[in-house]
Design a protein around this ligand. Structure first.
Ligand SMILES: [Zn+2]
Length: 193
């Protein structure tokens, strides 16, 4: 098992792998090959600092930093006054991203400040949202700008076939990225087939 050998699902340089996600990425290469589609793993295990950097980048891209300039120099644990309460200095920009349909987890557990409707119709405004599965090393992201639909097909097939360690996937950020949730498989499982 060596994802460096992957031909269809490549891993971007610098992405941190671990024993939970690496076997899944290695095995998925066969599925991508069968589906004749290419993808790039752009994020693996990562933490709050990296999450804040992603939020900062998106806030700049979508013009949100003009409205909430505190995001520019925000730190993970830093707080500010907002109405009569204390909030994180990234909390308004992050909440605005959700409001605009750019789905991203917060760097720390936090309340969403603006309207954000889940696919179920539930409004998350005023409700707490949890941190990303990336923090626990149980998720990775795939980007495939030209053929995301095809990648979703391949992943659905792999889930149906019960590929070990592969749990579920969803679209995140502005929809250009797929987030894959994994679980640890029993020891002794090998992707060599
Ligand atoms: Zn993700």
């Amino acid at each position: 098992m060596d994802v460096a050998q992957n031909k269809f699902l490549k891993v971007k340089r610098g992405v941190m792998l671990n024993e939970v996600i690496e076997p899944v990425i290695a095995y998925l290469d066969f599925e991508f090959e069968a589906g004749r589609v290419y993808g790039l793993v752009t994020r693996g295990e990562s933490g709050a600092e990296e999450q804040l950097e992603i939020i900062r980048d998106y806030a700049a891209t979508y013009g949100i930093q003009e409205e909430f300039p505190e995001i520019i120099s925000s730190r993970v644990m830093e707080k500010m006054n907002y109405d009569d309460k204390k909030i994180y200095t990234w909390q308004r920009a992050w909440s605005r991203l959700l409001h605009q349909g750019i789905i991203i987890s917060p760097p720390m557990r936090a309340v969403c400040l603006f309207d954000y409707l889940l696919p179920s119709g539930e409004n998350m405004k005023g409700k707490e949202m949890g941190i990303s599965q990336h923090f626990f090393g149980k998720a990775f992201d795939i980007e495939s700008p030209s053929c995301l639909v095809k990648v979703m097909e391949v992943l659905s097939i792999a889930i149906e076939k019960k590929l070990p360690g592969l749990k579920s996937f969803s679209q995140e950020r502005a929809g250009g990225c797929l987030h894959i949730n994994c679980e640890k498989v029993n020891k002794g499982y090998s992707v060599n087939i």
